[in-house]
Ligand binder design. Structure first.
Ligand SMILES: Cc1cc2nc3c(=O)[nH]c(=O)nc-3n(C[C@H](O)[C@H](O)[C@H](O)COP(=O)(O)OP(=O)(O)OC[C@H]3O[C@@H](n4cnc5c(N)ncnc54)[C@H](O)[C@@H]3O)c2cc1C
Length: 287
């Protein structure tokens, strides 16, 4: 199928791209194109208006190249899922990004799909949002005024993941003491997109969990924290039955988005297993 005609822009700087975005009526950014091209086809098929201007981020060098040091990780938005998966310097709390990346789609899609596209596409089921919330990441945006606007991942998704700016990069602070787990429930064996993804971060203090951050993506709403469960877990002494007992302290509305009882059950089993895996990370505990 031929796409409707549009003007294709290939800016080489973020400020040029931001200006084009603000000044071209009915324009759209394209990063890897793994969603956008299909979206354009769907709009055409339905007889709906398609953007007159497509602004590619591909030639903007500032949007590429992961940087990591002893304090923080900087992931520019044009970093592909494959680059995250293969980055040799993701250690400590940053390593969890690889666990999530390895589940995403297939090799050809991971080669083109970008982290920026995954976070800003507004599909509620993509997996990186829960990981970014659990890692307490900050998102940095550039608007037409060329100023940087920073928003926490949690607030970005709380506000419906809407932006009229360019996501330029993501920053995450290094945390050597954090223990993290990532888990997901597959939709089916064929279409490998998740029904649920969960990322848990905690720090062990003596025999308790502290500063627990539990981000859930039920694929119906944008990723969010289950603060009710976090409150239950924080300062809780670790004991064998903790993962089971935790299931009595869920913010139920987050997990009950499916009419199917089996899916509701699987969500709880996944969460329980993720919690069990998390507490196993404390050396010498429950082994
Ligand atoms: C078959 C298939 C299976 C998949 N399976 C999974 C899966 O299992 N788990 C998962 O998490 N994801 C999955 N994905 C989603 C995949 O990760 C996304 O397609 C991808 O991340 C989107 O990135 P992109 O660079 O191709 O975005 P594009 O298609 O280029 O853009 C998507 C949207 O994001 C906007 N955008 C992109 N970059 C920016 C930016 N820097 N600033 C502002 N707006 C921007 C665009 O304007 C567009 O609206 C799957 C996709 C496909 C096609």
């Amino acid at each position: 199928m031929y796409l409707n005609p549009f003007t294709f822009h290939q800016p080489t700087t973020i400020s040029e791209a931001a200006r084009l975005l603000a000044n071209s009526p009915h324009s759209k950014l394209v990063a890897g194109g793994s969603f956008l091209i299909n979206n354009l086809k769907q709009l055409k098929r339905r007889g709906m208006k398609t953007p007159g201007h497509i602004i590619s981020l591909k030639n903007i060098i500032e949007l590429k190249g992961i940087a990591v040091d002893h304090q923080k990780l900087v992931i520019p938005s044009m970093t592909t899922i494959r680059e995250i998966l293969e980055c040799p310097s993701l250690d400590d709390n940053f390593r969890i990004l690889k666990n999530a990346a390895k589940n995403i789609a297939t090799t050809p899609i991971r080669n083109t799909a970008t982290i920026g596209g995954n976070l800003t596409c507004r599909y509620t089921w993509t997996e990186m949002p829960a990981v970014m919330i659990a890692l307490e990441a900050d998102f940095h945006f550039i608007g037409a005024d060329n100023h940087e606007h920073t928003l926490s991942a949690e607030n970005f998704f709380k506000n419906g993941a809407k932006t009229d700016k360019i996501l330029s990069h993501i920053t995450i602070l290094r945390d050597k003491n954090a223990a993290l787990v990532y888990a997901r429930v597959r939709r089916s064996g064929y279409v490998d997109i998740p029904l649920l993804s969960v990322c848990l971060k905690t720090a062990f203090e003596k025999n308790s969990l502290t500063k627990t951050c539990l981000a859930i993506n039920n694929s119906v709403e944008f990723a969010q924290r289950d603060t009710k469960l976090e409150n239950f877990l924080n300062q809780r002494p670790i004991f064998q039955e903790l993962p089971q007992e935790a299931l009595d302290h869920l913010h139920e509305a987050i997990y009950n988005t499916r009419a199917d009882d089996y899916k509701k059950y699987i969500f709880r089993v996944t969460l329980k297993n993720a919690l069990a895996e998390l507490i196993q990370k404390k050396p010498g505990i429950l082994k």
